[in-house]
Design a binder for this molecule. Sequence first.
Ligand SMILES: [Cu+2]
Ligand SMILES: [Zn+2]
Length: 196
Amino acid sequence: MKKITFIIALTGFVFITSCKNDNKTKNTETEEVTIQEADSNEETEEGELVFFKLEAKSNSNVTGNITFKEHDNKVTMIAVINGLNEGEHAIHIHESSDCSSDDGKSSGGHWNPTAQPHGQWGSENGYHKGDIGNFTANAEGKGSISVTTDEWCIGCGDDTKDILGKAIIVHEGVDDLESQPSGAAGARVSCGGIIQ
Ligand SMILES: [Cu+2]
Ligand SMILES: [Zn+2]
């Protein structure tokens, strides 16, 4: 059984992965944000982990670090993004991990495996599985958002839940949470494929 221990640091994103068959490992470094698999507990479900960087698109300087971690059938995403204009920005999961185009449009539209309208996450009127929503960047151009949901999985193979092979897109503008099909959030300023 593969054991994965990880710690992320908000400042600098120190990233440590340990894989051991038998030996218990313990990482002792801590920072502002710490998520740690309880590797001392044999009952703990094996944790899936994806970490990747966002690359600037549409002539922006927007970069970021994204972590997805699965635990107890819930996935937590932590996004830390830099180089933004101060204020609100949309962040979504788009349908393809292809970030090759300069405008990020190679990643396709919003990931929408359940054929719902675009909307606010959790809305009774429907929402895409990629409709994470908006977050706020501060005066230094830095913003972060954390989301935990049981509507995603990492590599489970269920097409309605599996985030692998998709992309994170950050937009120049704000998702109005109602315009179809994508919330009128403007240019795609950063992109990263969700690949293990
Ligand atoms: Cu988007
Ligand atoms: Zn959407």
